[in-house]
Design a protein. Structure first.
Length: 105
């Protein structure tokens, strides 16, 4: 009897979900190479008048990088599907809530 591929269903969970620190980011830049995608997460604070003037001159706003993830191309479709699923779930749960006032971050 030839070896037939077997399908195994499983769920991956963090080894220590309580011990992992959370990092806040409200901006994500995405770049890629032929081999992987890089997701750079930054925290953009509200800009002061001085920051706005500098940005108008230099056309640059600097924000601290909070995390940089390099992921193989092969998992990107699953990542996109998971994000779409979570966004759909979020919209179902909160679509009727009034929009938040003020800045997004």
């Amino acid at each position: 009897m030839a070896d037939e591929p077997r399908q195994v269903n499983f769920t991956i969970v963090p080894a220590d979900p309580g011990g992992t620190d959370r990092t806040y980011a409200n901006f994500c830049g995405v770049s890629h190479t032929p081999f992987d995608f890089t997701l750079t997460f930054c925290e953009v604070q509200p800009l002061s008048d001085q920051d706005i003037q500098a940005a108008q001159q230099e056309h640059v706003v600097k924000a601290p990088v909070r995390a940089r993830l390099v992921v193989p191309v092969q998992i990107i479709p699953s990542l996109i599907a998971a994000l779409q699923d979570q966004l759909r779930s979020y919209n179902d749960a909160y679509a009727s809530a009034p929009p938040a006032k003020g800045p997004v971050h």
